[in-house]
Ligand binder design. Structure first.
Ligand code: HMG
Length: 446
């Protein structure tokens, strides 16, 4: 079968920054370490007043097209994954195509366009759609542009406020990719859940603590589903990195421990660890579920202190969290910045990764987890070396708390507030106003 995967990736962060320990925590009367140590976050990114999901997505896509020397004639499909859409009919991908057509010769009239919704897992689902389109031979030799773009805003003073973020990831899905090849097998864990939702409202209704339990339960199901399709069970050393959906790094700390415990079972590493903390409890040895769960909890408390777990976590999970710590939750783009973050760390450390495998674990509330393997391709170092995310993060405008409040209001669809921009756009698409049918208007600023 043809090799299909991610050929190139570009990232665009919202241009504003809210410092969580130094600006947000004091206003909330919180210990800054709740953010840095507990949630694992240093800052959130926000869109400036002229930015939105379209500008961030189109800007990431333009950067990707320029770098790869692409024109609209090379793209047969544009899918946007978002849960921040402002229109129930016209997809964001049409706006993005309209933006790009302002600056390139040719058009996207023959590109199939759509919008994918399933909370944060929709970014990965859009990659799936592109994969299937190419693998089925319906792509006429063309590549697909997948854009995951969100403004992850929560209501002011809600529990999720600390985990906000905004940004876009553009990915080119193609045959014989340069970055990573996608595996054929996938595992799913999916159930009808009401933990995080936006019933015709901009900001989510969230049961925060429950959402974390649902994340872990569905993720575990997805891993079991993947294992059921493979000849051999998963082993902790199979994967160089495990990028998870990262609403905040603290969530991944929990998911990483659960995942490690699961794939440790019946391996040589479990035998090694057993010398120190015993073998992990097996459900069949308990009379009821409750006592089994208690025993598992104490086992995990000990497991997370073992040398084996700590070195696995430091090598396999920690490098996936570098970007997330600085930007917060990007919803659909979140797992894709986790992958980029890990590859960037590997490039900086001069690691040889070609042929190595990653386990990519996506999740969306409502709820569905999806896991699949990816194999790192030959051109990964050059691709990831072209990312400008560090410079973008450095350049963000650092908001005071009062400015943050104004920015939040400016992006609140129910308020009509005029807020001056904080940064000057240059060489990018901006939201420039409204048309006669209430459509958004965009222009390119030189
Ligand atoms: P909270 O009540 O503000 O925080 O809610 P907390 O009191 O639970 O503290 C957070 C952590 O910091 C805890 O760590 C504390 O112990 C620790 P844990 O015990 O869980 O390991 N902590 C400290 N650590 C060090 N020093 C201190 C200190 N104080 C506290 N002084 C919550 C947190 C996540 C619930 C909230 O932020 C929230 O509601 N977030 C939004 C929902 C969310 O992100 N859920 C994640 C799973 S669902 C998901 O990922 C899907 C999603 O992306 C949406 C989609 O799919 O579209 C959200």
């Amino acid at each position: 079968m043809t090799s299909v995967g991610i050929d190139a990736v570009e990232v665009w962060t919202g241009k504003l920054k809210l410092d969580l320990p130094n600006t947000f925590a004091p206003q909330k009367g919180d210990d800054p370490e709740k953010y840095t140590k507990g949630l694992g976050l240093e800052a959130s990114s926000f869109p400036d007043t002229y930015e939105d999901i379209v500008t961030m997505g189109a800007n990431a896509a333009k950067r990707l097209m320029d770098r790869k020397g692409l024109t609209p004639a090379d793209i047969g499909r544009i899918d946007v994954a978002t849960e921040s859409a402002f229109d129930n009919s016209k997809p964001v991908s049409t706006y993005v195509a309209g933006c790009l057509e302002q600056v390139y010769d040719g058009d996207f009239h023959h590109a199939n366009k759509g919008e994918r919704k399933f909370a944060c897992v929709a970014g990965t689902q859009s990659i799936d759609d592109a994969y299937n389109w190419i693998a089925a031979g319906r792509n006429r030799g063309l590549a697909a542009l997948v854009i995951a773009t969100d403004t992850a805003l929560y209501a002011r003073d809600s529990s999720g406020e600390a985990t906000q973020g905004a940004g876009a990831v553009a990915m080119l899905i193609d045959e014989d990719p340069n970055l990573v090849e996608l595996s054929h097998e996938q595992g799913y864990g999916s159930a009808d859940e009401t933990d995080f939702l936006k019933p015709q409202q901009q900001f989510p209704s969230v049961d925060g603590k429950r959402s974390m339990q649902v994340y872990l339960a569905r993720m575990r199901e997805a891993v079991e589903d993947l294992e059921a399709q493979l000849d051999e069970p998963l082993h902790p050393e199979d994967f160089v990195y495990v990028p998870f959906h990262t609403p905040f790094p603290g969530m991944v700390r929990k998911a990483g421990l659960l995942g490690y415990r699961h794939i440790l079972r019946d391996t040589d590493i479990e035998d090694e660890v057993a010398e120190e903390i015993g073998r992990q409890p097996r459900e069949e040895s308990f009379d009821d579920r409750e006592s089994y769960e208690e025993a598992i909890q104490s086992y995990m408390d000990e497991l997370k202190r073992t040398e084996q777990y700590r070195s696995w976590y430091d090598a396999t999970i920690e490098p996936t969290l570098n970007i997330s710590r600085q930007v917060g939750n990007w919803y659909t783009g979140s797992v894709h910045i986790a992958r980029a973050s890990a590859l960037q760390a590997a490039a900086e450390a001069g690691r040889a990764l070609t042929g190595e495998r990653m386990l990519v674990a996506s999740y969306g509330s409502g709820a569905q987890a999806e896991v699949h393997a990816e194999t790192v391709c030959d051109g990964w170092r050059e691709e990831i070396g072209a990312l400008t995310i560090d410079e973008q993060l450095q350049r963000r405008y650092d908001l005071s708390f009062e400015e943050y409040e104004r920015v939040h209001d400016a992006h609140n669809h129910d308020l009509d507030t005029e807020v001056e921009e904080f940064t000057q756009p240059s060489g990018e698409f901006v939201h420039a106003g409204w048309g006669r049918m209430n459509e958004r208007k965009y222009e390119y600023v030189e």
